[in-house]
Design a protein around this ligand. Structure first.
Ligand code: ISE
Length: 331
């Protein structure tokens, strides 16, 4: 048995490029042996940097016998079909979120994995590895706050270009917060409500602020603030209120500076900066588990459940509260 797993990476843009760097420099259990991208320059540069094989077709990379595991960081619309191809090939796969751009496609991935009778799919809900989130999760597990009753999350983004639509924001960004609520409250989303308000009515495309309220199975509650344009930087924070106390995660990794009668603290400017450590830990853990023939991280079910909630949240803006009934996750 080798001490490294041979990984193929599909999609070498911002996120894919970071995953390649982390696989090469942080994940001792992985080596990048094949890469694929439609951008010829990016493909050649990355292949040269990793001494990896170049593929111009994602399915050829998946079928490549030298590839033992696959990381998908291609455009969202390709995620479900490429993940299905990995399941068919019997290869462990880490698919960036969202798992799909339609709930039915995410469900087909869950069903295909069940039919394959083995877990192969991990979804890139990387807050599962963020030290601040893990500290909160561990505190709850220790019983520090008693029974977890209420999750409060805030996800304040910098204004992206182009600004995402409200649906894109829900499916591509808020899925992280929906995962955090399910994971930290250890329950599924039973009902979702969403209120929206424009942040700056002077722009041609208006950034919005969303307030997402959740009722969880088992009775816990959650409120998530998603802000498309914080105007000051990128900030993700969490707090869980329990029957005997409250635990709060630190929203920034940066130091607080006291000087000249002021207290200042630099704010991260994007998710690659705020979650740099989480991304390293994510691929390191994924490669190790894939090498050992198991999958421990966020599952295809998590990808399906968060997407179903996000889609219901989009409907909730115009139709009011939406009840979710996802059934039970596969054993
Ligand atoms: C991005 O893809 C992420 O995953 C970030 O966590 C999120 O904050 C951002 O809005 C997404 O575009």
């Amino acid at each position: 048995m080798t001490d490294q797993i041979a990984v193929g990476v599909i999609g070498l843009g911002g996120m894919g490029g970071r995953h390649v760097d982390n696989l090469q420099h942080s994940a001792s259990a992985a080596r990048v042996v094949a890469v694929m991208d439609v951008d010829q320059g990016r493909l050649a540069d990355t292949a040269a940097r990793c001494a990896a094989k170049e593929h111009e077709d994602a399915y050829e990379l998946i079928a490549d016998p030298s590839v033992e595991a696959v990381l998908i960081a291609s455009p969202d619309a390709s995620h479900a079909e490429l993940t299905l191809a990995c399941i068919s090939a019997g290869k462990p796969v880490l698919c960036e979120k969202p798992l799909a751009t339609a709930v039915a496609d995410a469900r087909s991935v869950v069903d295909a994995e069940v039919a394959a009778r083995r877990r192969l799919v991990q979804v890139g809900l990387m807050r599962h590895y963020d030290p601040q989130h893990v500290d909160v999760r561990d505190s709850i597990a220790r019983g520090d706050i008693g029974r977890a009753l209420f999750f409060r999350g805030w996800h304040r983004n910098v204004a992206l270009t182009p600004l995402p639509s409200t649906r894109e924001a829900m499916v591509n960004s808020v899925v992280h917060d929906l995962y955090s609520a399910r994971w930290l409250l250890d329950s599924e989303i039973a009902e979702i409500s969403v209120l929206a308000t424009p942040i700056d009515q002077g722009r041609s495309v208006e950034p919005v602020l969303l307030i997402i309220s959740l009722r969880m199975t088992g009775g816990a509650l959650a409120v998530i603030e998603f802000n498309m344009d914080s105007s000051y930087g990128y900030e993700v924070g969490i707090e869980v209120v329990g029957s005997e106390g409250t635990v709060t995660g630190a929203p920034h990794h940066t130091p607080r500076i006291r000087r000249g009668g002021q207290i200042t603290q630099p704010v991260e400017q994007d998710w690659l900066e705020r979650f740099a450590r989480a991304y390293e830990l994510e691929v390191t853990a994924w490669a190790r588990s894939a090498l050992e023939g198991r999958v421990d991280g966020p599952s295809a079910w998590d990808g399906y459940a968060t997407l179903a909630a996000a889609e219901a949240g989009v409907r909730a803006i115009s139709e009011g509260p939406q009840v979710l009934d996802l059934g039970d996750p596969p054993a």
